[in-house]
Design a protein around this ligand. Sequence first.
Ligand SMILES: C[S@@+](CC[C@H](N)C(=O)[O-])C[C@H]1O[C@@H](n2cnc3c(N)ncnc32)[C@H](O)[C@@H]1O
Length: 347
Amino acid sequence: MDFQLKQRGRASMHFLSDLAVATARFKPRIDAEIAAQGLDDATLADDLDERLKQVDQALASSPSAAALATLTEFSATNHGRVAAAAFDEVRSDLEPRLQALMTGPTQIEALPSAERPDYADAAWIHRTTGGWDGHEYQGFIHGELIHREYVARTYPGDIFAQRRQILSVLSRRDYARIFEIGTSSGHYTLQIAQEFPQAEIWGCDTSQRMLEQAQRAANERGLHWRLFKGSGEATGLPAESFDLVTSYIVLHEIPVAATQAQLAEAYRLLRPGGELLFTDVTRYSALDKRGVRWAEYNAVHGGEPFWREAASVDLGAAARAAGFAEVRSEGFRGAVYPWFVYGKKPA
Ligand SMILES: C[S@@+](CC[C@H](N)C(=O)[O-])C[C@H]1O[C@@H](n2cnc3c(N)ncnc32)[C@H](O)[C@@H]1O
């Protein structure tokens, strides 16, 4: 949907994203300070908590580390509030259009087993004010404002193209029915729809507000997706009714036990010969000790309570344990991000 923010809202969003880019420049300086204190792969502790303490002590009097912490905290606590304020400035123009897009071929249904997982309310993921359902238009605010005007401007590479490119991992192009877990505002779903125009697309998410934005994205394009409010761990949908079960950057936001449950549910939902593709963040096993410390720093400051356990789990072993064959768990195209796990349900 085309729209324009008011100058104040747009500038506030871009200030925060520019601030994130600018503060990233502290990191090489801090790395040099860590190295100057004699901390490297040989001397950094194996235990991650111990290592975090070691580095914090080494940086105790570092102005760069103090500045990074303050500015990171500022962005983390303010980005959701700033995005909601930017939305409020244009709300009266946008609201009728957002409402109109709720009508169309795509509607939201409840999953047969619609239990909300207890961890869903454990924290505001990303520290976005109110969490996934924290505003009547949170799907639009997160999907269109925070994701496009803040996250996309600070992440390296094209985060929308990455959602499309990862689909090249799949061996088939003839899926009849695809199930997506964690549809959110539909960014990955749109790429799936473009890549597999013949497929029936079903998706679920625990957040009503995020799904509403996916609903609008589909209706705007005249697409008929079946969207379900509920958890991907136990959908209650009929077994062996999908050819592909997939998700994009969901796993680091849920506990490992939930990932294992989603793998088991994917296996149940797939027809024999069906495929699994879950994509997530860099595995800690693919990073050196200093890299893991930075990932952990970003996770802690960025409001990601499950990142550590999620990034530490061996997704390949978990997929095999769920019954999948031909399993691959690796960084896409030799990089460490994004990381995917692929598997096939034996025919
Ligand atoms: C990072 S977003 C997903 C992004 C989306 N796939 C994309 O590519 O833009 C994570 C989403 O997972 C949803 N979620 C969390 N736990 C879930 C669960 N157990 N089942 C389904 N969705 C879940 C959240 O509500 C949120 O919308």
